[in-house]
Design a protein around this ligand. Structure first.
Ligand code: HEC
Ligand code: HEC
Length: 324
Protein backbone atom coordinates (compact mmCIF):
# COMPACT_ATOMS: atom_id res chain seq x y z
CA UNK A 1 0.00 0.00 0.00
CA UNK A 2 2.70 2.40 1.10
CA UNK A 3 4.74 1.57 -1.99
CA UNK A 4 1.94 2.63 -4.32
CA UNK A 5 1.20 5.86 -2.39
CA UNK A 6 4.76 7.12 -2.52
CA UNK A 7 4.90 7.99 -6.27
CA UNK A 8 1.50 9.59 -5.94
CA UNK A 9 2.69 11.85 -3.07
CA UNK A 10 5.87 12.66 -4.96
CA UNK A 11 3.80 13.77 -7.96
CA UNK A 12 1.68 16.07 -5.78
CA UNK A 13 4.87 17.50 -4.30
CA UNK A 14 6.31 18.24 -7.77
CA UNK A 15 3.09 19.89 -8.98
CA UNK A 16 2.85 21.99 -5.79
CA UNK A 17 6.43 23.15 -6.19
CA UNK A 18 5.93 24.06 -9.85
CA UNK A 19 2.82 26.07 -9.06
CA UNK A 20 4.61 28.03 -6.37
CA UNK A 21 7.78 28.53 -8.37
CA UNK A 22 5.68 30.46 -10.88
CA UNK A 23 4.52 33.00 -8.31
CA UNK A 24 6.18 36.37 -8.78
CA UNK A 25 8.94 37.07 -6.31
CA UNK A 26 7.88 40.60 -5.44
CA UNK A 27 5.77 41.28 -2.38
CA UNK A 28 2.09 41.03 -3.29
CA UNK A 29 -0.34 41.57 -0.49
CA UNK A 30 -3.16 39.05 -0.31
CA UNK A 31 -5.54 41.78 0.81
CA UNK A 32 -6.52 44.24 -1.93
CA UNK A 33 -7.01 47.01 0.62
CA UNK A 34 -3.23 47.01 1.04
CA UNK A 35 -0.51 48.59 -1.07
CA UNK A 36 2.73 46.98 0.11
CA UNK A 37 2.75 47.43 3.88
CA UNK A 38 0.27 50.34 3.74
CA UNK A 39 -3.50 50.77 3.47
CA UNK A 40 -4.14 51.61 -0.19
CA UNK A 41 -4.86 55.24 -1.09
CA UNK A 42 -7.64 53.90 -3.34
CA UNK A 43 -9.78 52.79 -0.43
CA UNK A 44 -12.32 55.02 1.33
CA UNK A 45 -13.61 55.17 4.84
CA UNK A 46 -14.28 51.42 5.01
CA UNK A 47 -10.59 50.97 5.89
CA UNK A 48 -10.43 53.95 8.27
CA UNK A 49 -10.15 51.65 11.27
CA UNK A 50 -7.60 49.21 9.78
CA UNK A 51 -4.04 49.17 11.12
CA UNK A 52 -1.76 46.78 9.17
CA UNK A 53 0.85 46.62 11.94
CA UNK A 54 -0.75 47.21 15.30
CA UNK A 55 0.97 46.82 18.67
CA UNK A 56 -2.36 45.52 19.99
CA UNK A 57 -2.15 42.44 17.76
CA UNK A 58 1.41 42.31 16.38
CA UNK A 59 4.36 40.70 18.09
CA UNK A 60 6.21 43.23 20.17
CA UNK A 61 9.88 43.06 21.19
CA UNK A 62 10.62 40.81 24.19
CA UNK A 63 12.13 43.73 26.05
CA UNK A 64 9.21 44.81 28.23
CA UNK A 65 10.47 48.40 28.59
CA UNK A 66 10.51 48.88 24.85
CA UNK A 67 7.26 46.99 24.27
CA UNK A 68 5.45 49.21 26.77
CA UNK A 69 6.77 52.38 25.10
CA UNK A 70 5.64 51.19 21.66
CA UNK A 71 2.15 50.63 23.02
CA UNK A 72 2.13 54.03 24.71
CA UNK A 73 3.37 55.71 21.52
CA UNK A 74 0.54 54.09 19.57
CA UNK A 75 -2.02 55.31 22.12
CA UNK A 76 -0.62 58.86 21.98
CA UNK A 77 -0.71 58.75 18.19
CA UNK A 78 -4.39 57.82 18.13
CA UNK A 79 -5.57 60.13 20.92
CA UNK A 80 -3.03 62.90 21.38
CA UNK A 81 -5.11 65.47 23.32
CA UNK A 82 -5.85 62.85 26.01
CA UNK A 83 -2.60 60.91 26.10
CA UNK A 84 -0.11 63.77 25.70
CA UNK A 85 -1.98 66.56 27.44
CA UNK A 86 0.96 68.69 28.48
CA UNK A 87 2.14 69.08 24.86
CA UNK A 88 -1.21 69.34 23.08
CA UNK A 89 -2.91 72.71 22.92
CA UNK A 90 -5.59 71.83 20.36
CA UNK A 91 -7.98 69.03 19.44
CA UNK A 92 -5.86 67.24 16.85
CA UNK A 93 -4.42 63.75 17.07
CA UNK A 94 -1.42 62.66 15.02
CA UNK A 95 -3.84 60.17 13.43
CA UNK A 96 -6.08 62.95 12.01
CA UNK A 97 -3.35 63.84 9.51
CA UNK A 98 -1.28 60.62 9.39
CA UNK A 99 -4.22 58.29 8.77
CA UNK A 100 -4.43 54.66 9.92
CA UNK A 101 -1.86 55.29 12.64
CA UNK A 102 0.65 56.49 10.05
CA UNK A 103 0.17 53.44 7.84
CA UNK A 104 -1.90 54.77 4.94
CA UNK A 105 -0.48 55.37 1.49
CA UNK A 106 -0.47 59.07 0.44
CA UNK A 107 -1.47 60.21 3.91
CA UNK A 108 2.09 61.08 4.97
CA UNK A 109 2.81 57.52 6.10
CA UNK A 110 5.50 57.00 8.71
CA UNK A 111 6.35 53.35 7.96
CA UNK A 112 10.10 53.16 7.31
CA UNK A 113 10.54 56.84 8.13
CA UNK A 114 12.59 56.16 11.27
CA UNK A 115 15.39 55.04 8.93
CA UNK A 116 15.74 58.37 7.07
CA UNK A 117 16.88 60.43 10.05
CA UNK A 118 19.08 62.31 10.73
CA UNK A 119 18.10 64.55 7.85
CA UNK A 120 18.65 68.25 7.05
CA UNK A 121 15.68 70.44 7.99
CA UNK A 122 15.35 73.68 6.05
CA UNK A 123 13.17 75.47 8.57
CA UNK A 124 15.68 74.88 11.37
CA UNK A 125 18.80 74.97 9.19
CA UNK A 126 20.32 71.90 10.89
CA UNK A 127 20.14 68.10 11.00
CA UNK A 128 16.97 66.66 12.55
CA UNK A 129 16.67 63.38 14.42
CA UNK A 130 13.35 61.49 14.41
CA UNK A 131 12.69 62.92 17.88
CA UNK A 132 13.34 66.48 16.60
CA UNK A 133 10.83 65.86 13.82
CA UNK A 134 8.18 64.63 16.28
CA UNK A 135 8.82 67.71 18.45
CA UNK A 136 8.16 69.85 15.36
CA UNK A 137 4.69 68.30 14.95
CA UNK A 138 3.97 68.75 18.68
CA UNK A 139 4.93 72.40 18.71
CA UNK A 140 3.16 73.31 15.49
CA UNK A 141 0.55 70.76 14.38
CA UNK A 142 -0.42 70.06 18.01
CA UNK A 143 0.13 73.68 19.14
CA UNK A 144 2.00 72.68 22.33
CA UNK A 145 2.23 76.27 23.53
CA UNK A 146 -1.56 76.32 23.97
CA UNK A 147 -1.52 73.33 26.35
CA UNK A 148 -2.48 73.81 29.98
CA UNK A 149 0.63 74.56 31.99
CA UNK A 150 2.51 75.87 28.95
CA UNK A 151 0.34 78.95 28.58
CA UNK A 152 1.39 80.56 31.87
CA UNK A 153 5.09 79.69 31.59
CA UNK A 154 7.14 82.31 29.77
CA UNK A 155 9.18 80.12 27.44
CA UNK A 156 12.74 80.96 26.56
CA UNK A 157 12.88 79.86 22.96
CA UNK A 158 16.13 78.53 21.59
CA UNK A 159 14.50 76.03 19.23
CA UNK A 160 11.42 73.76 19.17
CA UNK A 161 13.07 71.32 21.58
CA UNK A 162 13.44 74.01 24.25
CA UNK A 163 9.66 73.79 24.73
CA UNK A 164 9.01 70.12 23.96
CA UNK A 165 12.22 68.30 24.97
CA UNK A 166 13.35 65.49 22.66
CA UNK A 167 13.91 63.40 25.81
CA UNK A 168 10.33 63.73 27.12
CA UNK A 169 8.61 60.39 27.51
CA UNK A 170 5.81 61.26 25.05
CA UNK A 171 8.31 62.03 22.28
CA UNK A 172 10.36 58.91 23.02
CA UNK A 173 7.25 56.71 23.10
CA UNK A 174 6.16 58.05 19.69
CA UNK A 175 9.70 57.47 18.38
CA UNK A 176 9.49 53.89 19.70
CA UNK A 177 6.20 53.31 17.85
CA UNK A 178 7.44 54.88 14.58
CA UNK A 179 10.69 52.87 14.81
CA UNK A 180 8.73 49.67 15.41
CA UNK A 181 6.57 50.19 12.27
CA UNK A 182 9.79 51.04 10.41
CA UNK A 183 11.61 47.85 11.33
CA UNK A 184 12.39 45.59 8.39
CA UNK A 185 12.38 48.53 5.94
CA UNK A 186 15.25 50.01 4.04
CA UNK A 187 17.48 52.64 5.64
CA UNK A 188 17.97 55.97 3.88
CA UNK A 189 15.65 58.34 2.11
CA UNK A 190 14.67 56.08 -0.81
CA UNK A 191 11.38 54.84 0.66
CA UNK A 192 9.04 54.72 -2.33
CA UNK A 193 5.93 55.82 -0.43
CA UNK A 194 7.58 58.82 1.22
CA UNK A 195 7.07 62.41 0.01
CA UNK A 196 4.04 61.54 -2.15
CA UNK A 197 1.70 64.16 -0.72
CA UNK A 198 2.75 66.88 -3.12
CA UNK A 199 1.16 68.83 -5.95
CA UNK A 200 3.16 68.15 -9.14
CA UNK A 201 5.18 71.31 -10.00
CA UNK A 202 3.40 71.77 -13.36
CA UNK A 203 0.03 71.87 -11.58
CA UNK A 204 1.01 74.51 -9.02
CA UNK A 205 -1.23 77.57 -9.26
CA UNK A 206 0.35 80.88 -8.15
CA UNK A 207 -1.01 82.05 -4.78
CA UNK A 208 -2.34 85.26 -6.35
CA UNK A 209 -4.68 83.14 -8.50
CA UNK A 210 -6.09 81.13 -5.59
CA UNK A 211 -9.37 82.54 -4.29
CA UNK A 212 -10.59 81.52 -0.82
CA UNK A 213 -14.14 82.27 -2.06
CA UNK A 214 -13.78 79.54 -4.69
CA UNK A 215 -12.40 77.17 -2.07
CA UNK A 216 -15.33 77.93 0.17
CA UNK A 217 -17.78 76.89 -2.55
CA UNK A 218 -15.99 73.54 -3.04
CA UNK A 219 -15.81 73.08 0.73
CA UNK A 220 -19.57 73.53 1.08
CA UNK A 221 -20.17 70.99 -1.64
CA UNK A 222 -17.65 68.28 -0.76
CA UNK A 223 -16.47 68.63 2.81
CA UNK A 224 -19.19 70.00 5.10
CA UNK A 225 -20.93 66.67 5.72
CA UNK A 226 -17.98 65.53 7.84
CA UNK A 227 -16.12 68.74 8.67
CA UNK A 228 -19.16 71.01 9.30
CA UNK A 229 -19.69 74.57 8.14
CA UNK A 230 -17.65 75.89 11.07
CA UNK A 231 -14.74 73.51 10.24
CA UNK A 232 -14.81 71.87 13.67
CA UNK A 233 -15.70 68.35 12.50
CA UNK A 234 -18.63 65.97 12.97
CA UNK A 235 -18.25 62.66 14.83
CA UNK A 236 -18.60 59.60 12.58
CA UNK A 237 -18.92 56.71 15.01
CA UNK A 238 -15.83 56.97 17.22
CA UNK A 239 -13.99 58.96 14.54
CA UNK A 240 -13.85 62.70 14.43
CA UNK A 241 -11.88 64.87 12.03
CA UNK A 242 -9.78 67.51 13.75
CA UNK A 243 -10.71 71.21 13.56
CA UNK A 244 -9.58 72.69 10.24
CA UNK A 245 -9.33 76.21 11.67
CA UNK A 246 -9.98 78.21 14.84
CA UNK A 247 -8.33 77.99 18.27
CA UNK A 248 -8.33 74.15 18.31
CA UNK A 249 -6.58 73.66 14.99
CA UNK A 250 -2.90 73.54 13.93
CA UNK A 251 -1.00 76.79 14.45
CA UNK A 252 0.25 79.15 11.77
CA UNK A 253 3.82 77.78 11.96
CA UNK A 254 2.74 74.21 11.03
CA UNK A 255 3.43 72.37 7.77
CA UNK A 256 -0.34 72.24 7.16
CA UNK A 257 -0.43 76.06 7.40
CA UNK A 258 1.43 76.10 4.07
CA UNK A 259 -1.02 76.20 1.19
CA UNK A 260 0.70 73.70 -1.13
CA UNK A 261 1.55 71.33 1.74
CA UNK A 262 -2.11 71.27 2.82
CA UNK A 263 -3.25 70.91 -0.80
CA UNK A 264 -0.95 67.89 -1.10
CA UNK A 265 -2.63 66.29 1.90
CA UNK A 266 -6.17 67.01 0.71
CA UNK A 267 -5.58 65.88 -2.88
CA UNK A 268 -4.87 62.26 -1.94
CA UNK A 269 -6.59 61.84 1.45
CA UNK A 270 -9.94 63.54 1.02
CA UNK A 271 -12.93 63.52 0.66
CA UNK A 272 -12.69 60.41 2.78
CA UNK A 273 -15.35 58.44 0.89
CA UNK A 274 -13.78 59.19 -2.48
CA UNK A 275 -10.08 59.97 -2.03
CA UNK A 276 -8.39 60.95 -5.26
CA UNK A 277 -11.64 62.44 -6.58
CA UNK A 278 -10.46 66.07 -6.45
CA UNK A 279 -8.51 67.90 -9.13
CA UNK A 280 -5.18 69.55 -8.26
CA UNK A 281 -6.87 72.92 -8.68
CA UNK A 282 -9.73 72.06 -6.30
CA UNK A 283 -7.24 70.86 -3.66
CA UNK A 284 -5.30 74.14 -3.91
CA UNK A 285 -8.45 76.31 -3.77
CA UNK A 286 -9.58 74.36 -0.70
CA UNK A 287 -6.18 74.74 0.98
CA UNK A 288 -6.20 78.49 0.27
CA UNK A 289 -9.66 78.72 1.84
CA UNK A 290 -8.74 76.70 4.94
CA UNK A 291 -5.51 78.65 5.43
CA UNK A 292 -7.26 82.00 5.01
CA UNK A 293 -9.00 81.27 8.31
CA UNK A 294 -7.75 82.32 11.76
CA UNK A 295 -5.71 79.80 13.74
CA UNK A 296 -3.46 79.82 16.82
CA UNK A 297 -0.30 81.87 16.50
CA UNK A 298 3.12 80.32 16.72
CA UNK A 299 4.98 83.22 18.34
CA UNK A 300 8.48 82.24 17.21
CA UNK A 301 7.98 82.25 13.44
CA UNK A 302 10.62 84.95 13.07
CA UNK A 303 13.22 82.40 14.21
CA UNK A 304 12.31 79.95 11.42
CA UNK A 305 14.07 79.89 8.07
CA UNK A 306 17.03 81.82 9.45
CA UNK A 307 19.31 80.10 6.94
CA UNK A 308 16.89 79.45 4.08
CA UNK A 309 14.29 81.40 2.09
CA UNK A 310 10.78 81.54 3.54
CA UNK A 311 8.73 79.31 1.18
CA UNK A 312 6.18 81.35 -0.80
CA UNK A 313 3.21 79.29 0.42
CA UNK A 314 3.98 79.92 4.13
CA UNK A 315 1.18 82.47 4.04
CA UNK A 316 1.15 83.31 7.73
CA UNK A 317 4.82 84.36 7.73
CA UNK A 318 5.89 87.97 7.42
CA UNK A 319 8.09 88.30 4.37
CA UNK A 320 11.60 89.38 5.32
CA UNK A 321 13.04 92.51 3.80
CA UNK A 322 16.56 92.39 2.28
CA UNK A 323 19.22 91.83 4.93
CA UNK A 324 16.66 91.08 7.65
C1 HEC B 1 -2.27 69.06 11.09
C2 HEC B 1 -1.73 67.85 10.53
C3 HEC B 1 -0.67 67.10 11.30
C4 HEC B 1 -0.72 66.58 12.58
C5 HEC B 1 -1.86 66.70 13.57
C6 HEC B 1 0.54 65.89 12.78
N1 HEC B 1 1.32 65.99 11.68
FE1 HEC B 1 3.11 65.08 11.40
N2 HEC B 1 3.27 65.96 9.56
C7 HEC B 1 2.33 66.78 8.99
C8 HEC B 1 2.81 67.28 7.72
C9 HEC B 1 2.08 68.22 6.78
C10 HEC B 1 4.08 66.70 7.54
C11 HEC B 1 4.95 66.85 6.31
C12 HEC B 1 6.09 67.73 6.50
C13 HEC B 1 5.94 69.15 6.16
O1 HEC B 1 5.89 69.50 4.97
O2 HEC B 1 5.95 69.97 7.13
C14 HEC B 1 4.33 65.88 8.72
C15 HEC B 1 5.50 65.13 8.93
C16 HEC B 1 5.74 64.31 10.01
C17 HEC B 1 6.91 63.48 10.18
C18 HEC B 1 8.05 63.36 9.17
C19 HEC B 1 7.65 62.46 8.04
C20 HEC B 1 8.70 62.33 6.97
O3 HEC B 1 8.49 61.55 6.03
O4 HEC B 1 9.71 63.00 7.05
C21 HEC B 1 6.77 62.81 11.36
C22 HEC B 1 7.74 61.81 11.95
C23 HEC B 1 5.52 63.24 11.94
N3 HEC B 1 4.90 64.15 11.09
C24 HEC B 1 5.02 62.80 13.15
C25 HEC B 1 3.86 63.31 13.74
C26 HEC B 1 3.44 62.96 15.08
C27 HEC B 1 4.13 61.98 15.99
C28 HEC B 1 2.30 63.69 15.34
C29 HEC B 1 1.52 63.77 16.62
C30 HEC B 1 2.27 64.15 17.80
C31 HEC B 1 2.00 64.44 14.13
N4 HEC B 1 2.98 64.21 13.20
C32 HEC B 1 0.89 65.26 13.98
C33 HEC B 1 1.09 67.08 9.50
C34 HEC B 1 0.63 66.72 10.75
C1 HEC C 1 -16.84 61.16 4.78
C2 HEC C 1 -16.33 62.11 5.71
C3 HEC C 1 -15.30 63.12 5.23
C4 HEC C 1 -15.39 63.98 4.14
C5 HEC C 1 -16.50 64.13 3.13
C6 HEC C 1 -14.17 64.77 4.18
N1 HEC C 1 -13.39 64.43 5.25
FE1 HEC C 1 -11.62 65.26 5.78
N2 HEC C 1 -11.46 63.93 7.33
C7 HEC C 1 -12.42 63.00 7.70
C8 HEC C 1 -11.95 62.26 8.85
C9 HEC C 1 -12.72 61.17 9.57
C10 HEC C 1 -10.66 62.76 9.15
C11 HEC C 1 -9.75 62.28 10.26
C12 HEC C 1 -9.16 60.97 9.87
C13 HEC C 1 -8.77 60.07 11.01
O1 HEC C 1 -8.54 60.52 12.14
O2 HEC C 1 -8.70 58.85 10.76
C14 HEC C 1 -10.40 63.82 8.18
C15 HEC C 1 -9.23 64.57 8.16
C16 HEC C 1 -9.02 65.67 7.33
C17 HEC C 1 -7.86 66.54 7.40
C18 HEC C 1 -6.71 66.38 8.37
C19 HEC C 1 -6.75 67.42 9.45
C20 HEC C 1 -7.91 67.39 10.39
O3 HEC C 1 -8.31 68.51 10.83
O4 HEC C 1 -8.45 66.32 10.74
C21 HEC C 1 -8.02 67.49 6.44
C22 HEC C 1 -7.09 68.64 6.13
C23 HEC C 1 -9.27 67.22 5.76
N3 HEC C 1 -9.86 66.10 6.32
C24 HEC C 1 -9.79 67.98 4.73
C25 HEC C 1 -10.95 67.64 4.02
C26 HEC C 1 -11.44 68.39 2.89
C27 HEC C 1 -10.80 69.64 2.33
C28 HEC C 1 -12.57 67.77 2.46
C29 HEC C 1 -13.42 68.10 1.26
C30 HEC C 1 -12.77 67.94 -0.03
C31 HEC C 1 -12.79 66.62 3.34
N4 HEC C 1 -11.78 66.60 4.27
C32 HEC C 1 -13.86 65.75 3.25
C33 HEC C 1 -13.62 62.80 7.08
C34 HEC C 1 -14.05 63.43 5.92
Amino acid sequence: MRGRLRPFLAAIFVVWNLAHAQEPMEYRPADSSLSGPLISAQTGMETAWDIPKSPLTGSLPRDQHLARQILLGYRIFKNTPQEARRFTGNKLSCNNCHLNAGQREKAMPLVGVAGVFPEYNKRAGRLFSLEDRIVGCFLRSEHALGAKGQRSAKPVFTGDESIVPTTSHEVLALAAYISWISSGHQLGSAISWRGQNTIPPEKIIPLSKLKPKLGEGIYKEKCVTCHALDGQGVAIGDKKPGPLWGPNSWNDGAGAARVYTLAGMILYMMPYLDPGGLTEEEAQQLAAYINSKPRPLFPFKHKDYAREEIPPDAVYYKKRGPGE
